[in-house]
Ligand binder design. Structure first.
Ligand code: ATP
Ligand code: MG
Length: 159
């Protein structure tokens, strides 16, 4: 029996699978990989998406990088679908004992519900799924947003 590829395990479309290969090769926290993701989103959304790194980049276990990448992708999909932003940014931050992926936009903002777990009842699976994936890694998903003031989604991974 063939071992499923990571792309298969994560259940991805052709486009995502190309992105995943990129990330696998370069590492999530590589400027080139983030710029690739930013460029892909910019192309389909028309939003000016910038990518950046803070701190000294380091590799994380492959599966961790891929999960973080998928969360970032979903966050950027939300920016495209809901924010009406003109600008967005994806940043990987390497602190001494913490890795953060921050996705921000200058769009309309929203009031996140107290518990993201209540969203799927309304057919909204994105944020709850991102939180679930983050928790599987021992990371937290933090959302800061206010009507009219843009949104910031942060995945914070200790270690
Ligand atoms: N960057 C953002 N700017 C403005 N609103 C947002 C943003 N991200 C999320 N939202 C709001 O939060 C809601 C929940 O997002 P979520 O990703 O869980 O569901 P969805 O995008 O509506 O549906 P799905 O992800 O299942 O296709 C969205 O419907 C939207 O109202
Ligand atoms: Mg969504």
């Amino acid at each position: 029996m063939n071992t499923p590829t990571l792309a298969e395990k994560l259940g991805t479309t052709a486009r995502t699978s190309a992105l995943l290969h990129k990330v696998q090769r370069l590492g999530l926290a590589n400027v080139a990989a983030l710029e690739w993701l930013a460029g892909d989103v910019a192309k389909y959304s028309g939003i000016d998406v910038k990518a950046g790194i803070r701190g000294t980049e380091r590799r994380l276990p492959e599966e961790v990088e891929l999960v973080l990448f998928r969360i970032a992708q979903e966050a950027l999909r939300n920016v495209w679908r809901h924010s009406a932003a003109t600008k967005a940014e994806i940043t990987a931050e390497f602190a001494e004992r913490m890795t953060r992926i921050v996705i921000s936009d200058n769009g309309r903002g929203f009031s996140p519900p107290k518990t993201l777990g209540s969203l799927p009842r309304d057919g909204k699976l994105g944020l709850a799924g991102m939180q679930e994936r983050a928790q599987l890694l021992g990371a937290s998903l933090i959302i800061r947003s206010e009507q009219g003031k843009g949104s910031v989604v942060t995945v914070e991974l200790p270690g």
